[in-house]
Design a protein around this ligand. Structure first.
Ligand code: SF4
Length: 325
């Protein structure tokens, strides 16, 4: 006969082993928007949309939590609110932000917010509506592209840029703590092709893509992909800026010069701080320094709400001056 031999519980020498009951697994979803992080983002003057994007939750949730915590937007900001979806910000009252020269991001060719770099896999889309971007705006209101919805693409600054960029250290991305930077490479390019095909069928009359909110063209092959996209998707119109300006030594710049000259009407990419007076930009520290052949970006001085209400960058080839900020 077989069986389990039970301990003799009457034996006073018997010392039972105490096995702790396992702690119950934590149930329910993880808190999406921790209070401390929300407070920090609010103090950093981040909009609800920026916070929602950074934490992968809805703007309603951000607003609800913010109001529960008594974090109210200042009345001054409400008074200045532009008629666009998000408040337009002028550059005249903001100081330039520079990381220290020995900040590792500068020598390691990367953003100073590496946690925001996101792989394309698993993302619902890589082209996002620019309605969420206060400077760009969601739908073009004037000029030849009037009525086009606008989409934006954000890459990693410095990792995709030439180190000759005049703003290597003073990059605009230094103050974009929450922007989602897409990992660049073939996976991104394949997704772009997919999404542009969808946008072509959704907006056959035209749509615009702003390249790149952060980052730059990173290879001649990537430039060639955009040339192919222009051929395949007649509704596609592109505008933006590049720091690839040295066509003599940079094959990416050379490819861009060819594409811009051939396709400016649909590929209005300006060469930042290039020594040419057309299809270029120049950075100045004060409006007094704007060269005679350039026009100061009207959005930066509060004359228009966003690129969508301005259109200058693609309507004209004239040099645009930007205030450094
Ligand atoms: S000039 Fe107009 S279109 Fe160009 S960046 Fe400024 S607001 Fe945008």
């Amino acid at each position: 006969m077989t069986g389990r031999i039970l301990p003799n519980l009457l034996n006073p020498l018997y010392q039972p082993e105490v096995v702790p009951f396992p702690a119950p697994a934590r149930r329910g979803p993880r808190e999406k928007l921790p209070e401390a992080a929300l407070r920090e983002a609010f103090e950093a003057d981040r909009s609800d949309a920026e916070i929602a994007e950074a934490f992968g939750c809805s703007r309603q949730l951000v607003a609800q939590k913010r109001s529960k915590l008594g974090l109210r937007r200042r009345e001054k900001a409400d008074a200045k609110r532009a008629p666009s979806r998000f408040q337009s910000k002028v550059a005249t009252d903001r100081a330039a932000r520079l990381p220290p020269v020995d900040h590792p991001a500068l020598s390691e060719e990367r953003t100073i917010y590496p946690a925001t770099v996101t792989a394309v896999d698993g993302l619902p889309n890589v082209l996002v509506s620019a309605a969420n971007h206060w400077k760009i705006g969601g739908r073009i209101a004037k000029g030849a592209w009037s009525g086009f919805p606008v989409y934006a693409l954000t890459l990693e600054e410095r990792a995709t840029c030439p180190d000759s960029c005049r703003h290597w250290r003073s990059c605009y991305g230094n103050s974009m703590h929450f922007a989602k930077r897409l990992q660049h490479g073939p996976a991104l390019e394949d997704r772009l092709e997919h999404e542009l095909a969808i946008l072509q069928s959704r907006h056959p009359a035209g749509f615009a893509v702003r390249l790149h909110v952060l980052g730059d063209f990173y290879s001649p092959a990537y430039v060639a992909r955009w040339a192919g996209f222009l051929d395949r998707f007649p509704a596609l119109h592109v505008f933006g800026f590049t720091a690839r300006i040295d066509a003599a030594s940079d094959p990416i710049a050379l490819a861009l010069v060819h594409l811009v000259l051939e396709r400016w009407e649909r590929f209005a990419i300006r060469f930042s701080n290039a020594p040419v007076d057309e299809c270029s930009t120049v950075t100045v520290e004060h409006p007094r320094q704007v060269p005679a052949d350039a026009v100061l970006c009207p959005q930066q001085v509060g004359k228009t709400a966003s690129c969508s209400t301005c259109a200058l960058c693609w309507q004209s080839r004239r040099r645009i001056a930007f205030l450094q900020h």
